[in-house]
Design a binder for this molecule. Structure first.
Ligand code: FAD
Length: 611
């Protein structure tokens, strides 16, 4: 049912506006088609849809809804209405307003309205003055500017660096991996020749883990919030297509992310940020419980060679290293930095033919998908079930699909050859013939008990254990252990040939049901059976499970103060993003980086606004 509510003075939000799929111009069109105006007019009880002034409306969101409970698939819109703009339009709208007044209770619409502002506005150079000069001029290096190291150029590190540089800090961005151009070649060498660079791969390098990814920009932290909108608008400034601001399930795809990151880099360089690629953080310089700088080395060389190491001094260090930087967690432990284990999820990656998922989700509309070129988006799915706690004898757990990549491929996210883990990526058109998704169950920190000797890093060892088992099951050389879904349920080795997989480095029929402890396997089996009821046809011999999916989120949280983002145990250290346990996904990591950037700027007296 369509909802309409007063968002702020003079602004009304109309959500759940439904336009039947056969009437809508399709997924790539973001504008006011007549059917959409008709839907708006119907809610407002406005008699002539074509006369609705488009200028007064902004499309905030457009999603495709093909749920079976609906009579018909539809595009669903959220639209903001600026009443003031309606007023300033032609006289015809006056009647319209006056008929809305009793219906909506608009009383204050004549008064001045405040435009919605996002955090991005704070980045507006006119609003932020450093010593009265324009901070965006990279050549103007001010005396005594606070020096900040941002370690890691994933979404959290990039956004922290952006905010800090904009407000006038002297920022050095330290990244162990390569810029996207070279990183692309390293990933090519991995996929084609099986050569894994431990420092430049699917996890490490410019843009972080999200670069060779599906580039989904969905987030659970409130997609219409100012901070999420600010991140999305910033991405648009750097070249993302504007429809990500509106799309209900925005995604970019690797081909869009790579040029975007190049633009991001050039902007930071113009701001005067010193970007050091190939440079690995090995240690922190600590004096009197205060960070004074970092010890770095050339990441092309083996870690730990003191002759390569260089000490760089900073006033603050932002740690944005992601959750695959296990060497950094160990280093933090050596410094007694407070870290606490946290729950996360492990499981397998399932892959189906995309056509099957399109058919399950869309029925007769499936033919309109046309490998991403059609009007209808390539079908995805999201399933969540609670399993156990009943006669099944399984412990109560949540089991869910995660990081689903329609039209994508399964990729290797290991950072060393003895540990094997996988994830999914896609290109913007999502045109591949496969649909993959993680299927994971939650594991709580008390399940890592056998790794207790590793202290707060018990969860990391738990992950490592199953990554090692997966590498052994696959037989080495990055071959992934795989099993057809019916065989996983029946606990038998797949003896007939496996269905084709999008994973390029090879799959081997394996007993995946023996990989995890029995309680995790049982939960996965039970959940798959429940998912099949929601998505009939999900269990099929054409569905292939790949092992393992372990790095769903960080298994540890680095404790920090809520308002300043400073580590609770070491002054001057700012742990952020997914690796620190404060984000899960591209957008939430970027928001955390932005938030921390402002928090630190405030402490460095560079920025005085409210957060
Ligand atoms: P990261 O992106 O992990 O960045 C950390 C950076 O720090 C890396 O560049 C690394 O090289 C660098 N670094 C690490 N250690 C050091 C060191 N010692 N010295 C210097 N630099 C260091 N999320 C989504 O929202 N949507 C998706 O579609 C999606 N798909 C994904 C697909 C894949 C294949 C993967 C691996 C992840 C995907 N994710 C996705 C998750 C998403 O990428 C992460 O949540 C996000 O990148 C986390 O951002 P971050 O800045 O916290 O850390």
């Amino acid at each position: 049912t369509t909802e309409i509510r007063n968002r702020e003075e003079g602004y009304w939000r109309i959500s759940k506006l439904s336009v039947p799929a056969h009437k809508d111009p399709g997924k790539d069109f973001v504008g006011f088609s007549l059917p959409l105006l008709e839907a708006i007019a119907k809610v407002l009880e406005f008699p002539v849809p074509a006369m609705l002034p488009e200028e007064a409306f902004t499309i905030l969101r457009k999603s495709f809804d093909a749920r079976k409970v609906l009579k018909e698939s539809a595009f669903v819109y959220t639209v903001d209405m600026d009443v003031k703009k309606l007023l300033h339009l032609e006289p015809r709208t006056w009647d319209f307003i006056s008929c809305l007044e009793p219906k909506l209770g608009l009383i204050e619409y004549m008064q001045d309205t405040k435009a919605p502002t996002g955090l991005l506005d704070m980045l507006d150079k006119d609003k932020i003055k450093v010593d009265g000069s324009n901070p965006s001029n990279g050549s103007a290096r001010y005396e005594n500017r606070p020096r900040v190291a941002v370690v890691g150029s994933g979404p959290s590190g990039l956004f922290a660096a952006l905010v800090l540089a904009e407000v006038g800090a002297d920022v050095t961005l330290i990244e162990r991996g390569q810029p996207v151009e070279q990183r692309g070649r390293d990933i090519g060498a991995l996929v084609v020749r099986k050569v894994l660079s431990s420092e430049s791969n699917f996890c490490f390098g410019e843009g972080g883990a999200g670069t060779w990814s599906d580039g989904k920009l969905v987030t659970r932290i409130g997609r219409n919030s100012d901070s999420v909108q600010a991140v999305l608008r910033t991405l648009v400034q750097f070249g993302a297509p504007p429809n990500i601001l509106v799309d209900g399930k925005p995604h970019l795809g690797t081909d869009k992310l790579v040029p975007l990151l190049r633009n991001f880099r050039h902007y930071l360089l113009d701001l005067g940020v010193d970007i050091k690629f190939n440079t690995r953080l090995d240690d922190l310089v600590v004096e009197n419980n205060q960070v004074k700088g970092v010890v770095v080395s050339n990441s092309k060389n083996e870690p730990g060679r003191s002759s390569d190491q260089e000490k760089l001094l900073f006033d603050a260090v932002v740690l944005a290293v992601g959750h695959s930087a296990r060497d950094v967690y160990n280093m933090l432990l050596q410094h007694n930095i407070e870290m606490v284990p946290k729950n996360f999820a492990v499981g397998l990656r399932i892959e189906h033919p995309q056509e099957l998922i399109n058919n399950i989700q869309y029925s007769e509309l499936a033919s309109e998908v046309q490998s991403g070129r059609g009007r209808i988006p390539v079908a995805d799915y999201k399933v969540t079930k609670n399993v156990g706690g009943d006669e099944t004898g399984i412990e109560n757990r949540s089991c869910y699909s995660f990081c689903m990549c329609p039209g994508g491929q399964v990729v290797l996210t290991s950072t060393n050859p003895s540990e094997l883990c996988i994830n999914g990526m896609s290109f913007s058109r999502r045109a591949s013939k496969w649909a993959n998704s993680a299927l994971v169950v939650t594991v709580s920190s008390d399940e890592f008990d056998s790794f207790r000797s590793y202290g707060p890093l018990a969860g990391v060892e738990f992950q490592r254990e199953f990554e090692k088992r997966a590498a052994e099951m696959g037989g080495g050389n990055f071959v992934v252990p795989a099993q057809c879904v019916p065989d996983f349920l029946a606990e038998t080795l797949s003896v007939t040939s496996l269905p084709a997989s999008s994973y390029r480095l090879g799959v081997k029929a394996s007993r995946l049901h023996d990989l995890f402890p029995a309680n995790i396997t049982k939960a996965l089996q039970c959940a798959i059976e429940m998912f099949d009821k929601e998505l009939p046809g999900y269990i099929t011999k054409d569905a292939l499970l790949h092992g393992v999916e372990t790095r769903t989120s960080s298994p540890v949280q680095i404790s920090r103060e809520a308002d300043t983002c400073e580590s609770k145990s070491l002054k001057g250290l700012y742990p952020i993003g997914e690796g620190a346990g404060y984000a899960g996904g591209i957008v939430s990591a970027a928001v955390d980086g932005m938030f921390c950037g402002f928090a630190l700027a405030k402490q460095l007296s560079l920025y005085g606004g409210d957060l």
